[in-house]
Design a binder for this molecule. Structure first.
Ligand code: SAH
Ligand code: SF4
Length: 350
């Protein structure tokens, strides 16, 4: 069965032509899929009924199936999607006063092996295709509308986006294209563990969306211990790539800094962080580690977090402390998919 989101505009035209439809039908259907965000043919009300029935028999609009949805005490929602091959991924919808952000996954699992991250512990299963990434957005929008709409997308779910460069690039193109999802480039953020080749390639080829770097340490020794990617691309190279990234004049790179008690949370670390970021238009998100069962790390106390923040603020950096949202439904950073996988792997009933 053909999945329409998997087709390019030309392929959709060819598909409708092969079904004997005039060319404008492809344009109508395309609009329904991306602008109206329609997930089924029966809602495409300007198509004749018999045509909708024929389409339903030959194709489906999207491939992701929502198989679970949880709502956190703080309003955060987590979707679990089954993919066509029975793999699954999650997206998380977060609500703030002035924005609604969807955190999307780019891979099933992740190969980067960061020591503190639950997705990393799963290992790598497969890359998502561009349409599987875009569908997470279409699905969330359909859920939100008509009362509200998505304002921001962050690639901070499962996976390292730059390990899946082409598909992520295509998905980004569709998210920001007015003919597709049509979000502003300023509202889309790709987060990377420090994949220097990916940062450089995005800088060269675009689209130039916002960039977030999961920095998490201020020395190569500590960073390599937390994030094996640092052995390939150490801090100096990573920060050089950040300096060279063709940011728009008013934009800044976001540096995510997860605070682990006794590992990277000293005032000396804070001062080093200030020095490292010198000359880069940046903002820092401080994220107290979100503990999970079996993890060797813990989060620092509030006082330590505030003292760390103080050093950055006094040096003129923007450095908000980000509370993990949705912790009670395991929707917080680095926890995606773990609960579901644990259930799948759990003991079978007798
Ligand atoms: N692979 C990409 C994007 C997904 S990870 C990247 O690494 O940037 C999203 C963010 O969650 C990263 O900044 C990571 O440092 C953070 N993270 C992972 N596990 C966490 C945890 N247990 N507590 C807090 N943040 C965590
Ligand atoms: Fe992968 Fe990012 Fe988790 Fe590292 S922090 S294992 S790169 S998802």
């Amino acid at each position: 069965m053909t999945t329409l989101t998997a087709l390019s505009t030309e392929e959709l035209e060819a598909f409708t032509r092969a079904m004997g439809m005039p060319a404008y039908r492809a344009r109508q259907i395309h609009k329904w899929i991306y602008q109206a965000g329609c997930g089924s043919f029966d809602r495409m009300t300007d198509l004749p009924k018999d045509l909708r029935a024929r389409l339903s028999a030959e194709a489906r609009v999207r491939s992701l199936e929502e198989v679970g949805r949880q709502v956190s005490e703080d309003g955060t929602e987590k979707f679990l999607f089954r993919l066509s091959d029975t793999e699954s991924v999650e997206s998380v919808l977060m609500f703030d006063a002035d924005r609604t952000t969807l955190c999307v996954s780019s891979q099933v699992g992740c190969a980067m092996g960061c020591r503190f991250c639950v997705t990393g512990a799963l290992g790598f299963r497969r890359n998502l295709q561009a349409h599987e990434i875009v569908e997470q957005v279409l699905h969330a929008r359909e859920r939100l509308r008509p009362e509200s709409d998505l304002t921001n997308i962050v690639f901070m779910g499962m996976g390292e986006p730059f390990q899946n460069f082409e598909e992520v690039q295509t998905a980004l193109g569709r998210l920001i294209s007015p003919g597709y999802v049509g979000l502003s480039k300023r509202k889309v953020t790709v987060s990377t563990c420090g994949h220097v080749e990916g940062i450089q390639r995005l800088g060269r080829e675009g689209p130039i969306v916002n960039l977030a770097i999961s920095l998490n340490a201020t020395t190569d020794e500590t960073r390599s211990r937390l994030m094996p990617v640092n052995r390939k691309w150490p801090l100096k190279e990573l920060l050089r790539a950040c300096r060279e990234f063709p940011l728009k004049p008013t934009r800044r790179i976001t540096f995510e800094y997860v605070l682990f008690a006794g590992v990277n949370d000293t005032l000396e670390d804070a001062r080093r962080l200030v020095r490292l970021l010198k000359g880069i238009r940046s903002k820092v998100n401080l994220i107290p580690f979100n503990p999970h069962p079996g993890s060797e790390f813990s989060k620092p106390g509030d006082e330590q977090v505030l003292a760390f923040q103080q050093v950055l603020v006094e040096a003129g950096l923007t450095a908000p402390v980000r509370k993990s949202k949705g912790a009670d439904i395991a929707a917080a950073c680095g926890q995606l998919k773990a609960a579901y996988t644990a259930r799948q792997k759990g003991p079978k009933p007798n």
